[in-house]
Design a protein around this ligand. Sequence first.
Ligand SMILES: C[S@@+](CC[C@H](N)C(=O)[O-])C[C@H]1O[C@@H](n2cnc3c(N)ncnc32)[C@H](O)[C@@H]1O
Ligand SMILES: [Zn+2]
Length: 455
Amino acid sequence: MQQPHSTPNWANKTIWTGDNLYIMRGMNSASVDLIYLDPPFNSNANYAAPIGSQAAGAAFKDIWTLTDIDVEWINLIEQKYPKLYQVLLAAMTKSDKSYLVYMATRLLEMKRILKPTGSIYLHCDPTMSHYLKAIMDAIFGHKNFRNELSWRRSNPKSHGNKNFPNCRDIILRFARSDDCTYNQVFGEHDPEYLRKAYKYYEPNGRRYRLLPLLNPNSARPNLTYEFLGVTRVWRWTRERMEQAHKDGIVVQLKPGAVPQYKKYLDESKGRTITNDWDDIDQVAGNESLDYPTQKPLALLKRIIMASSEKDGIVFDPFCGCATTCVAADDLGRNWIGIDISKKAAELVVERMEQRQGLYRDIVHRKDIPERTDIGRIRKYNSPANRKHLYGEQGGYCAGCSEHFQQQHLEVDHIISRKKGGTDHLENLQLLCSHCNRIKGDRGMAYLQTKLQLAA
Ligand SMILES: C[S@@+](CC[C@H](N)C(=O)[O-])C[C@H]1O[C@@H](n2cnc3c(N)ncnc32)[C@H](O)[C@@H]1O
Ligand SMILES: [Zn+2]
C-alpha cells in the first residue's frame, strides 16, 4: 500500500546550508513531488569558481577516498539493503566505492521523502552513470526506471587527444511509483523542419502539412474501401472520411493519387522532445554566475514542467547557485534547496534579490528540521530503544558477540554524533561496556581490529 502524503515540516522557499544527508533525515516522508540532483560526479577534480567572479569562494571536492564512515555505511547497507549491497560490491576501486556509498545513503533518504506520485532526476556523466543507474535500480526498483536523458552541453570536456571528446551529460529519471506525475513537454519546431514539412498554405495564410491516411494494419476488412477512386485500408471509417473530405481536411493532390489529410501548424503542440536533449545550451551571458557546474535554467524548466504540477514541491539537495529553485519559482512551484557550501547560500540570496525582490520571503536555515510525521525521535538511550535493540540483537553485544543481560549492554551510536550520526534507531546498537570503551567515537572497523588483535 502507498503511504499517504505528509505535510512538509519546513517553509516554502527554504535554503539550507549543510550536509544534505542530515538535513534530509529531518524531513517528513512523502512530502516532496520532484527531486533534481546534480551531485559531484566523481570526476577526480576540485571545482573552484574564478577569483573575482560573483561565485568566488565556492569550491567543492570531487575526490573520494574510503573512510571509516564509509565502512560503517557499507555494513549497515549489507544488513538492511542486500540488493544495494551487491551493487556496492561491483565498484572497481575504493574511491568509486566511497563515492557510491555517499550517493546510496543519500538516495535512500530521497526515496523516503518523495511522494508516491513523485519523480527523481539524477544528473551525472559517464564516469559513474552506469553504477548510479544500478544503485537507483536497487533503491527505487528497476521497474521505476523511466529514462536515460542525454543532454548535449555545447563544449566538450576534453581535447580528444586519445578519446572522442565527451560532450554529453546523463540524467537518470526514476519514478517513485506507476502513479508518477508526467506532462509531455514540447519544443519549438526547427525552422528547417517547418520549411520542409509545413509547405502548404490555405488562401487565408493558414499553414499545413499533408499526412498519410493509410492504416498500418492491413487486416481491417471494414476499413478497406474505395475512396476518391483509390482502394486501400484506411485509418478512418467511410463516414468519417467523407465528412473530413466535405470539411476540406482530406485532399487529393491529383486524380488517382492517394488522398491525404491536412495537419495545421497552429494545431501542432510543437516538436516532440525525446530523450536526446540537444537543444539547450550551456549557461552563458547574463545567466552565468561563474558558479562551477552551474546548469541552465532552460534545462531545469523542462524537467520541472514534465514532472510536477503548479504548486508542487520541487527539491534540490545539491542546489549550488539555486538554478532549480529559480526555475521552480518562475514556473509557480514551491521549492527548497540544500548546499553544503556557505558561498552557495550567499549566492542564492543574491541571485534571488536581483530578481526584483521577488524572493523577500526566502528562509535561510542551518539547523536540521525535526520530523513531525513520526512523533519525536526518542532519546538514544531511552528504555524503549534498549528494549527494541535487545530484541533485534538477540541479547548479543554487536562488538564481541558475547551474550549479556539487558542491563549490561549500553546504547552506542554506530556513527558517532561528532561525525554526524543521528539518534535514529538505525544508527544505534548495543555494546557491552568493554567494547563501548574501546570504540569510543570511532567506527566499528576500529573496534573489530582491536578485538581481533586482542584475541
Ligand atoms: C555540481 S554542483 C551543483 C550545481 C547546481 N546544479 C547549479 O546549477 O548551480 C554540486 C553542488 O553540491 C554541493 N555539495 C557537495 N556535497 C554536498 C552535500 N553533502 N550536501 C549538500 N551539498 C553538497 C557542492 O557545494 C556543489 O555546490
Ligand atoms: Zn562486547
